[in-house]
Every structure is written in C-alpha cells, then in structure tokens.
Design a protein around this ligand. Structure first.
Ligand code: PRP
Ligand code: HPA
Length: 183
C-alpha cells in the first residue's frame, strides 16, 4: 500500500521505501563484514520484523539461516504494557551460535530487554541486535544495540511492518499517524 492510499490517517512520511532499502543495504554490508566466518543465525521477532527480515537478509551476499519468535507485549494501544509472553518459541537450538536479533523498533526497550535476557540464558556464542528504528527519548531501559537503521522522535509510527491495531503493516513507507486515528 502506498501513502496515497492512507486517506487522512497519515500525518507525515518519515522514511520512504527507497530510504529504507538504502539504509538496509548499508546495514547488510556491515553485518556481512562483522560476521564473516561465523555461524550466524538471524532471529526475527514477529510480527513487526517480517519486512525488515525479508529485505535485510536479501541484501546479504551469502546464505544465512533465520528463525522466529513471537512475543506479545502490546495490546491494541500505543503504549507498552511491559508484559511479555512467548507466543511462539524458536525452533533452533541457539547454543554456541552467533545470534543477531532482527527487530523493527526499539521503543521503551522493554520487549528487547526481556528477549535478550531470555535468549542469553540459552548460551549463544554472541547475542546482538539489529533494529530498523529506535526512539531514544522513549527508552525506559538502556538497550545495547549494535545496528540501528534510524533514530526517530518519540512519535507513534506505522508502516513497513509496524501496526496500529493490526492496521497499516503493509504500508510501504514509514510514517506518523494523525492523532484522530488513536484519540
Ligand atoms: O521497545 P518496546 O516499547 O517494548 O516496543 C517494541 C516492540 O513493540 C512492537 O511489537 P508488538 O508487541 O507491537 O508486536 P508486533 O511486532 O506483532 O506488532 C515491536 O515490534 C517491538 O517488538
Ligand atoms: O511507534 C510504534 N509503532 C508501532 N508499533 C510500535 N511498537 C512500539 N512502538 C511502536
């Protein structure tokens, strides 16, 4: 879906699909260099990271496996509840693997803080994070994130996998929602 199909639900576009692809290319180059010769496993967090994973992994010039977790931490609102549940666990044993978590956004940081703790307890050789977006002003816990696409202001964003109440994930760009949508 293009921004032109959003009616007046979109306030403004933050990143176009071209800007997102360009940034992912750069991150992919960096990741490929950093993990050369290592047993890398990409771990995506459903559902928001589906598009980041699909596009990021296709920038890599060699084969890399992926696995998925589903976590629930947000309801239908725009604020983190801080309550994390595993809805679907990894299939892979990550012991001694170099795990790179692929996420769409770090907002409060509560979700990734919990995931990091959970995965670290399984004994990976290393555990790092790649997120497309990060909101520094919204951080409730400090998250050490090795690869960041863009730092953004503390506004609720949708598109490119990010939803509001399960809507707008298929928007190609990333933008902010008009306040009337969620007020
Ligand atoms: O840093 P935080 O404040 O914890 O927020 C970030 C998390 O929130 C979103 O997931 P969500 O729970 O909305 O599920 P979804 O990926 O299915 O949209 C996003 O994909 C992150 O996992
Ligand atoms: O800004 C956001 N948009 C969509 N989903 C989110 N999950 C955490 N922050 C956000």
């Amino acid at each position: 879906m293009d921004s032109s199909h959003m009616g007046n639900d979109l306030d403004h576009v933050l990143f176009t699909q071209d800007q997102i692809q360009e940034r992912l290319e750069r991150l992919g180059e960096q990741i490929w260099q950093d993990y050369e010769g290592k047993d890398l496993l990409l771990v995506g967090v459903l559902k928001g990271a589906v598009l980041v994973m699909a596009d990021l992994m296709r920038t890599l010039p060699g084969t890399v496996p992926m696995d998925w977790m589903a976590i629930s931490s947000y309801g239908s609102g725009t604020k983190s509840s801080g309550v994390v549940r595993i809805l679907m666990d990894l299939r892979e044993d990550i012991t001694d693997k170099h795990v790179l978590i692929v996420e769409d956004i770090i907002d409060s940081g509560l979700t990734l803080n919990w995931i990091q703790g959970n995965l670290r307890s399984r004994g990976p050789a290393s555990l790092e994070i790649c997120t497309l977006l990060r909101k520094p002003e919204a951080a409730k816990v400090a998250i050490d994130c090795k690869y960041v696409g863009f730092d953004i202001p503390n506004e609720f964003v949708v598109g490119y996998g990010l939803d509001y109440d399960e809507k707008y994930r298929n928007l190609r760009d990333i933008g902010t929602l008009a306040p009337h949508v969620y007020s």
